[in-house]
Design a protein around this ligand. Structure first.
Ligand code: ZN
Length: 259
């Protein structure tokens, strides 16, 4: 499940392959992207820097082009040695960029666009992002609390944590795990959730998601996410699952010890 840590870790994996010289191979095998002629536009281009911002990955090329990726629920970035087997079928590869003996492959989009530095600089969605929880220098729990209190007080707390304008990078996994770790009911409205619980969830999440951003998402805590029907590791009550908020995002929690 792509969240802020997946995107930051993708940037960590892509940099050694893409930085340091012009792209030697570019292909867009998917039917969805073949007509875009990205191969013509990107081959020989040099990557200047790669940035993760919340759940967005931005690959800046020397000159005017930027590749903007948002993985939503389905996309992924893989790095493979040429000739190795790919983790998904070739038809699902929206873009392949290679240098030396390594390729980076973007699978299943679903948002991948070639834009300009100027477009990205003025993009209202990127400009509206809150502090990035994967970046230590950006996360001040007191500031995040202030922003949470500016959101709709009737909004369930689990849903409010997903608001990328409040704090960028938290998705369904981290919101479910943070609520469980701090015994907070994610379905309760913000107005009924005390400041100390909101602050505790941010303070709990920040160092853990930052570690995953650096080292990989296999280090994520896995106490409740995807565990519906199984006993809560703390109190043995079966874990519940519900679609929460305007976007029906899956939430996992324990009705026994999260209140
Ligand atoms: Zn429990």
């Amino acid at each position: 499940m792509p969240e802020g840590d997946s995107i930051h870790h993708a940037a960590v994996r892509l940099r050694p392959v893409l930085l340091g010289g012009p792209l030697e191979r570019v292909a867009s095998p998917s039917e969805r992207t073949a007509p875009k002629r990205w191969d013509k536009r990107l081959k020989g281009q040099t990557v200047e820097r790669i940035e993760a911002r919340g759940k967005n990955l931005l690959i800046f090329f020397a000159g005017e082009l930027v590749l903007h990726s948002h993985l939503r629920m389905t996309g992924s970035w893989a790095v493979r040695t040429t000739g190795d087997q790919w983790p998904r079928s070739t038809r699902r590869a929206w873009l392949v960029m290679g240098r030396g003996d390594k390729d980076v492959i973007e699978f299943d989009g679903p948002f991948l666009e070639l834009r300009t530095h100027h477009d990205v600089a003025i993009d209202p969605r990127l400009r509206a992002l809150g502090p990035d929880i994967c970046v230590p220098a950006q996360v001040d729990p007191a500031r995040v609390l202030t922003r949470l209190r500016q959101d709709d007080p009737t909004r369930p707390v689990g849903d409010a944590l997903l608001n990328q304008r409040t704090v960028a990078g938290i998705g369904n996994v981290w919101k479910s795990e943070a609520c469980w770790a701090q015994k907070v009911d994610p379905t309760k409205p913000l107005s009924e959730t005390p400041d100390r619980d909101l602050t505790a969830m941010i303070e709990w999440t920040a160092p853990r998601i930052q570690r995953c951003a650096k080292l990989g998402t296999h280090l994520r805590p896995k106490q409740v996410y995807g565990q519906d029907g199984r006993p809560c590791p703390r109190c043995r009550t079966p874990i519940s699952k519900r679609q929460l908020g305007d976007d029906n995002r899956p939430t996992f929690w324990c009705t026994g010890c999260q209140s």
